[in-house]
Design a protein around this ligand. Sequence first.
Ligand code: ADP
Ligand code: MG
Length: 341
Amino acid sequence: MTVNAGHPVAPLLRVEDVVVEYPRKGLPPMRALAGVGLEVAPGEIVGIVGESGCGKSTLARAVTGLAPAHAGSVTFDGTPVGAVGRRRRAPGLLPLQMVFQDPNASLNPRRTIGAQIQEVVVARERALGARRGRRDPETAREAVEALRRVGLPDGAAEKYPHEFSGGQRQRAAIARALASRPKMIVADEPVSALDASAQAAVANLLRDLSREEGIALAFISHDLAVVGALADRVVVMYLGRVVETGTVEQIFNAPQHPYTQALLAAVPVPDGTGARPRALTGEVPDPGSPPPGCRFHPRCPLAVDRCRTDEPVLQRAGESEVACWIAQARDPATVRSGRSE
Ligand code: ADP
Ligand code: MG
């Protein structure tokens, strides 16, 4: 349960202990998610962050039913999300939409943007049992309205994806997602392929859509600074696991996990002096054969014997939840102020 203004709110998305494995020839399966839990409340913006290869895209795919979960469960608004692929989704999952890093992955290069959005509107109406034809003027009007909503100029409906800039193309992909009337959008690195100015604009668009229309947003990025600028809550992943979760304030002001602290140390300081010294060294190990004990211990400056043998699980530490023996052993008063000794 997420507590909102003192009232518990039933989560819109509930992910419980999800395991996803990819088979590999001659190797143990790639266990990309090794038991991940997550809850997202209606209208909430959750930022999911971690280095490349930690399982963020796999989590997005498991949440939206594109990757089969070997264990655990995902429930969206009361509907179980099975691995049914994109075409045979239950009508109850229509309000759960995904935005990809590369908008070309979801847009058809041979059809106009307007036609593609109209297709989604018609599919939505049919899923609801209504008979709205493609030629219904209301369908075209809705497509134009969706494009306006994402800040694309009039006339965008008649254009093909290649006629847009990268930022505009991502806006068009978001407009297409909006045509399903989503309650939640899972956006996987939606700004990582865009140039710097388009990055902020598209991230702000997603935040504004969430705030103004009450759409929950799972915003995935390898960049903690990007996530910090728009999320209510941050989930930090490492090697197929959640290692820390807390509000943006907690994560930025009092990070508990040494991995979160290292990610934060690499975030540029806004005073213009550039990035702080990068504290994170070493390679990310193979998630298919993770280190014993705490998965982070080979790269952790604080690791003790127990970290090399026993795997910590998420536990409340102060205002956050953290999977770290050192953080969990800290005096709660010290934890709250964020000091480590
Ligand atoms: P992220 O999005 O955080 O970079 P991914 O979820 O894409 O991480 O990948 C997690 C791990 O799973 C990585 O080690 C990646 O190489 C592996 N992986 C991802 N997709 C596949 C696949 N289809 N087959 C085998 N391994 C995969
Ligand atoms: Mg990814």
